[in-house]
Design a protein around this ligand. Structure first.
Ligand code: SF4
Ligand code: MG
Length: 321
């Protein structure tokens, strides 16, 4: 709810005002059990900061993270420990996030051992069960991460996240380092696991193809703000926000015969240190009007119920231009 994260920028000043990175500005969304909410946007748009705020790896400058209606900031030490079991993270680079000196079996059972000592027999039984869940052979439990492929390592990362039977997994670019066929296998694995367990995913990616495959709903971020939030189906059928339209147009199309409409987007993503006034997208937007330079467009429901932050495409009255 209304998450904000500002960082001071290395003691820098501009016109005697301390420089601040506005990484996340007023971000609100929810995710239901059994649902996959994707967060998509170019690098530097604040996606990973949102992930870290959700996981409590960072404290928000403002706003709240709630799980089943409980504000995570209000929990005592014991409650927070229990809450950590319910929310797990899968990272982009399975290699750097796995301890190279532990065997696969030790790696995936470690989170459980932080709560209770298992002993060898129980540990191996749990490891075999977790490996089976992610489609790996039980023999792999004795191997080191360096002896496994990228796809196998990412399956290990998922097994590790599953070990505490979490309600929600935050996956930050979890398949981005893998080649396309392995990506598809991992995405299908995640979708199967969701069907079996009702787990919720917050799936962060810059790759629209991946998002279209796995997402139920999508939040599009631009310079720290959500600019459109819609079902996957609606978003890919007809993007409302000019930035979403540009992102989709710029994405490689698997089948070139169904090429998508083109909105050329000029220029680079501006810096979150000194974001443009009004709608931060206005310097790149082909539809920008005077008002866009002055007022930040609120995220409001458009005609079909999706949320859009655009003065032209979703005027605050709710009507679509
Ligand atoms: Fe473009 Fe204006 Fe809409 Fe921003 S508010 S996306 S600048 S039309
Ligand atoms: Mg990132």
């Amino acid at each position: 709810e209304k998450l904000v994260k500002h960082y001071p920028l290395g003691g820098g000043f501009f016109n005697r005002v301390p420089l601040v990175v506005r990484a996340v500005e007023d971000v609100s969304f929810s995710v239901e059990a059994g649902e996959t909410l994707c967060i998509v946007g170019e690098s530097g748009c604040g996606k990973s900061t949102v992930a870290r705020l959700l996981m409590r790896l960072l404290d928000p400058t403002d706003g709240r993270v709630l799980l089943d209606g409980t504000d995570v900031a209000s929990l005592n030490k014991n409650e927070l420990r229990n809450w950590r079991r319910r929310m797990q993270m899968v990272f982009q680079d399975p290699y750097s996030s796995l301890n190279p000196r532990l065997t696969a079996g030790q790696i995936i059972t470690e989170p459980v051992e932080n709560f209770e000592r298992l002993g060898r027999k129980k540990r191996e039984a749990l490891a075999a069960e977790l490996l089976q869940k992610v489609g790996l052979a039980p023999e792999i439990m004795h191997r080191l991460p360096s002896e496994l492929s990228g796809g196998q390592r990412q399956r290990l990362g998922i097994a590790r996240a599953l070990s505490l039977k979490p309600s929600i997994i935050i996956a930050d670019e979890a398949v981005s380092a893998l080649d396309v066929s392995v990506q598809a296998q991992i995405l299908n694995l995640l979708m199967d696991l969701q069907e079996q367990t009702g787990i919720a995913f917050v799936f962060i990616s810059h790759d629209l193809g991946v998002v279209e495959h796995i997402g139920h709903r999508v939040a599009v971020m631009y310079l720290g703000r959500i600019v459109e939030l819609a079902t996957c189906e609606a978003l890919f059928a007809k993007p409302f926000h000019p930035y979403t339209e540009a992102l989709i147009a710029a994405a490689p199309v698997p089948d070139p015969s169904c090429a998508r409409l083109e909105v050329p987007v000029e220029g680079e993503v501006p810096s979150p240190v000194n974001p443009p006034s009004g709608c931060a997208f206005h310097p790149r937007c082909p539809l920008a009007v005077e008002r866009c330079r002055i007022e930040v467009p609120p995220l409001v429901p458009a005609a079909d119920g999706r949320l859009v932050a655009c003065h032209v495409r979703a005027p605050a009255t709710g009507a679509v231009a």
